[in-house]
Design a protein around this ligand. Structure first.
Ligand code: SAM
Length: 222
């Protein structure tokens, strides 16, 4: 059995009983960063062996993990934070396991985009998740321009180094849209900053962006 186990996005308490039980009772934990997952395992007294499974060894490691699964071992797949496969490694293993008739189940839990959406106060009956925007400015602006007529809430993951550039791009190509910035969710400095893109540009010019961010935009509110 392959278990897709969601882990906390900050606060270590945000994990389900079933997730902890699964981590304790499986044969192997495949983790994006074993150092990171070790902290979680120590906290919950999980003694299961860990192996790394990250973007750059994904194709090689998938074969090894598949071999273990075919031998009847149970593996829990976890990433550094949140739900495996959501802007994180996992897709290849999940796909191959399905193709090889390996039973798979999910242990749902924290996911940054869902936490941000529910906290944002933006319309949530209908939304789009875009993951990370392209790094290059032109490609990012082209992508953003595609949301000119979008009335649904659009959600992005973004790094603190690129927040300002992204907001400037939004102001330029989307005519100063309404933006919600959800920062450091579930952590000590959790913060939700709302305003039009110009106000947020001003904010982050005065306060250097730090931590992890989810950006949400909704053009109906501008
Ligand atoms: N699989 C994860 C999930 O289910 O949310 C997402 C992994 S993605 C590589 C990491 C990105 O998620 C970060 O760069 C940030 O944009 C967002 N993120 C993760 N934890 C967060 C938090 N505590 N607060 C705000 N954003 C967070």
């Amino acid at each position: 059995m392959l278990y897709l186990v969601s882990t906390p996005i900050g606060n270590l308490q945000d994990i389900t009983f079933r997730a902890v039980d699964t981590l304790k009772n499986c044969d192997l934990i495949a983790a994006e960063d074993t150092r990171h997952t070790r902290i979680l395992c120590r906290h919950y007294d999980v003694q299961t062996p860990l192996t790394s499974y990250f973007e750059h060894n994904e194709s090689k490691k998938t074969e090894q993990l598949l071999k273990h699964l075919k031998e009847g071992k149970s593996i829990a797949l976890v990433t550094d934070a949140g739900t495996p496969g959501i802007s994180d490694p996992g897709y290849r293993l999940i796909h191959l396991a399905q193709e090889n008739d390996i039973p798979i189940t999910v242990i749902p839990g924290a996911c940054a985009l869902i936490a941000a959406l529910s906290l944002s106060g933006l319309p949530s009956h209908n939304f789009i998740f875009e993951g990370f925007l392209p790094v290059k400015s032109q490609a990012r602006e082209n992508k953003l321009a595609g949301f000119k007529d979008e009335i649904r809430t659009v959600i992005f993951y973004e790094s603190p180094h690129r927040i300002l550039k992204t907001l400037i791009g939004m102001e330029k190509v989307l005519d100063n849209p309404f933006v919600v910035c959800a920062r450091e969710l579930t952590k000590k400095f959790e913060e939700v900053i709302k305003g039009d893109s110009r106000q947020l540009i001003e904010h982050f010019t005065r306060h250097k962006p730090k931590g992890e961010f989810v950006l949400l935009l909704n053009r109906k509110k501008s």
